[in-house]
Design a binder for this molecule. Structure first.
Ligand code: SF4
Ligand code: SF4
Length: 288
């Protein structure tokens, strides 16, 4: 089973929910796909066993073979390749320049595939790494983008390769509703949206709900700091028939343990049963 934990905006407590859920149930692995800023390891404190670099193939153009036809530019959906015609270019096209913007390249391979001259070779570019480890029975995987890299989806895919169908896989997704989030949550059996009862929280929750409905992934909501803010999130969920599976109150002890990197269920073990109950509802489909 794959349960992703997402949120329309950052800072709502997504990692708190992901890590504490993972620590409250058995036969689980936690995959931190928030590769731009992974922080689940701060709370899990896994013993890292392996670190692997992750590469994407970026194009390298053989100017001798290239005739400047521009097909590569046409097929690139990411504007990562440009074809400039130089003055005095010959009829063969030689003398034109093909520029590759490696930081925009997604490594999709389309340009090399469609180049009629077979003038494009692919070279590996390192974008980050995946680390795997464990804490007791919990398997832990996370990815981290190298500084200056912007291409998180290929690294997220590298993390998700470790999904083990024999285990409960909990995915800590990046915040927001953009490509990295979609890459993280697609294929999930259930997505838990973590929000907070504020106007900003509600606004971003609505966007996240629209995304999940388009992806046709079953979902529910966990409200963090549920006793602060207003009642509009509860009213919205009720009106939209969205199940609220957990409410985490604002408590000094929870904030204090978070600031020290101590998981909530270790500092306040009475919450473990709440996470277990939420998991049982998700697993059994009793979330409606
Ligand atoms: S598709 Fe190939 S031949 Fe055409 S401009 Fe691009 S690299 Fe050159
Ligand atoms: S590999 Fe894909 S993303 Fe990269 S330049 Fe070629 S077509 Fe564009």
């Amino acid at each position: 089973m794959i349960i992703s934990i997402a949120s329309g905006k950052g800072g709502t407590g997504k990692t708190t929910v992901a890590t504490n859920l993972a620590l409250s149930i058995s036969n689980v692995q936690l995959l931190d796909c928030d590769v731009e800023e992974p922080n689940a390891h701060i709370f899990i404190k896994p013993r890292i066993k392996e670190k692997r670099p992750v590469f994407i193939p970026v194009p390298q153009v053989d100017k001798e073979k290239c005739n400047g036809c521009g097909r590569c530019k046409e097929v690139c959906a990411y504007n990562a390749i440009a074809v400039l015609s130089a003055k005095g270019r010959s009829a063969s096209g030689r003398g034109s320049d093909v520029l590759v913007f490696a930081d925009l390249c997604h490594g999709c391979g389309s340009c090399a595939y469609f180049c009629p001259q077979k003038a494009i070779n692919e070279v590996d570019k390192e974008i980050g790494f995946v680390e795997t480890g464990s804490k007791d029975d919990l398997e832990f995987i996370h990815g981290k983008l190298n500084i200056g890299q912007a291409m998180s989806p290929p690294l997220i895919r590298a993390v998700k390769k470790y999904i083990n169908p024999a285990r409960i896989n909990i995915i800590d997704a990046p915040p927001g509703t953009s490509c990295p989030v979609i890459e993280s949550i697609k294929g999930s059996n259930f997505c838990l949206l973590v929000t907070e009862p504020t106007p900003f929280g509600l606004n971003d929750l609505i966007l996240a709900v629209e995304t999940l409905r388009k992806l046709k992934i079953p979902f529910g909501v966990a409200v963090n700091r549920s006793d602060l803010g207003d009642n509009k999130t509860e009213e919205y969920c009720s009106k939209e028939n969205i199940p609220i599976l957990m409410r985490i109150p604002f408590k000094k002890e929870i904030a204090s343990s978070y600031s020290q990197g101590i998981p909530m269920v270790e500092a306040l073990p009475e919450y473990r049963k709440d996470f277990q109950e939420m998991f049982n509802r998700i697993e059994s489909g009793r979330f409606r």
